[in-house]
Design a protein around this ligand. Structure first.
Ligand SMILES: Nc1ncnc2c1ncn2[C@@H]1O[C@H](COP(=O)(O)OP(=O)(O)OP(=O)(O)O)[C@@H](O)[C@H]1O
Length: 315
């Protein structure tokens, strides 16, 4: 008997977008399960926003296919529109309208009746702590309040699928934490969420994620799977002259990266090296202590991008 296939909210094959001669998104294959929080992790310019815009149906792909909530894109983009919510990277509501006016306007766009809008706005204002700001102009809100208003607007029509493009780049850690609690509430109610970020701690919160670089997927899976599949061992070295040691280690082909963290040097050694611990100990002096440590998602990112990627995938 074949195993039951999970239901997919998003499935793409070879999805690509070319601007002039430049591929902003290049041959992207994705499978995103319904009800999960899925992350796009990558640096500025790696193609996160362009991918999201294609998956919302706003941008036509140059090649490849995308199926979102069962709708084929771009052909069925109109049918998809009312089923998704999209929170863009920049605050995209009206600064000169109040919180209430903004939400009411969005509700009208989604075709909610006057009484449905009234009830939904009351619910959202309560949920996102906007009650005492309801008559305040959006332009006068703090970063955290604007972000909560944007999320309220994006979920006005209770979409099945929510796209959030770097939603927390303008807010402080406390607001970020609170924001993520709301995302897990939405996920618990069955909403699928695709969130782009360049923060490691946010990526770690996702059920699954794709690491993107230069428009390509470098790796994907749950944080646990990504850590288990990493082609490197991670060590922490303590002792004197760590800057000098760092420079020496960086010259070695087996060293993927080094980063000083307080009094310790974190070293990623490629598993091309059959005995990484023995090898590393032979590289440092007897004054240094070497301890193998648990990889983090940041280590996974480093081991799958930049020079480490090029080394493992020569042209
Ligand atoms: N309309 C466009 N015309 C030409 N190039 C574009 C266009 N839109 C995006 N690009 C380019 O495509 C690449 C990917 O951009 P994209 O905005 O998708 O990246 P990103 O990962 O979302 O980064 P950021 O966080 O900075 O927005 C960038 O090099 C960008 O300059």
């Amino acid at each position: 008997m074949s195993p039951i296939q999970p239901e997919l909210a998003i499935e793409t094959q070879g999805l690509s977008k070319r601007f002039q001669n430049y591929f902003a998104v290049n041959q992207l294959d994705l499978q995103i399960q319904k009800g999960t929080i899925y992350g796009f992790l990558g640096p500025n310019g790696c193609g996160k926003s362009t991918t999201i815009r294609m998956l919302t149906g706003l941008l036509t792909p140059s090649a490849g296919s995308a199926k979102v909530l069962g709708y084929q894109l771009p052909e069925q983009a109109d049918e998809l529109r009312l089923k998704i919510g999209y929170m863009t990277q920049k605050f995209s509501l009206y600064d000169n309208l109040s919180v209430l006016e903004n939400l009411d306007f969005v509700g009208q766009i989604y075709g909610l009746t006057r009484s449905a809008r009234k009830a939904r706005i009351a619910e959202l204002a309560e949920l996102y702590h906007l009650n005492d700001k309801i008559k305040v102009r959006a332009g006068a809100l703090s970063g955290g309040q604007k972000q909560r208003l944007a999320l309220a607007a994006a979920t006005m029509h209770q979409p099945q699928l929510l796209f959030l493009d770097e939603p927390t780049s303008a807010v402080d850690p406390e607001n970020r934490r609170e924001f993520w609690e709301r995302l897990f509430d939405l996920s618990d109610q069955g909403t699928t969420i695709l969130v782009s970020t360049h923060y490691m701690d946010e990526a770690e919160r996702c059920h699954a994620l794709a690491i993107l670089e230069q428009g390509q997927k470098r790796a994907d899976g749950t944080p646990k799977q990504l850590i288990a599949q990493m082609h490197a061992a991670v060590f922490e070295v303590s002792g004197d002259n760590l800057r000098q040691l760092r420079n020496a280690l960086m010259a070695r082909e087996s060293v993927i990266s080094t980063a000083q963290i307080g009094e310790r040097l974190r070293v990623l050694v490629s598993l091309d090296q059959p005995q990484p611990e023995v090898w590393l100990k032979a590289q440092v002096s007897t004054e240094h202590q070497v301890e193998q440590t648990r990889p983090s998602l940041e280590d996974v990112f480093v081991a799958n991008t930049g020079a480490a990627y090029v080394q493992r995938h020569p042209l």
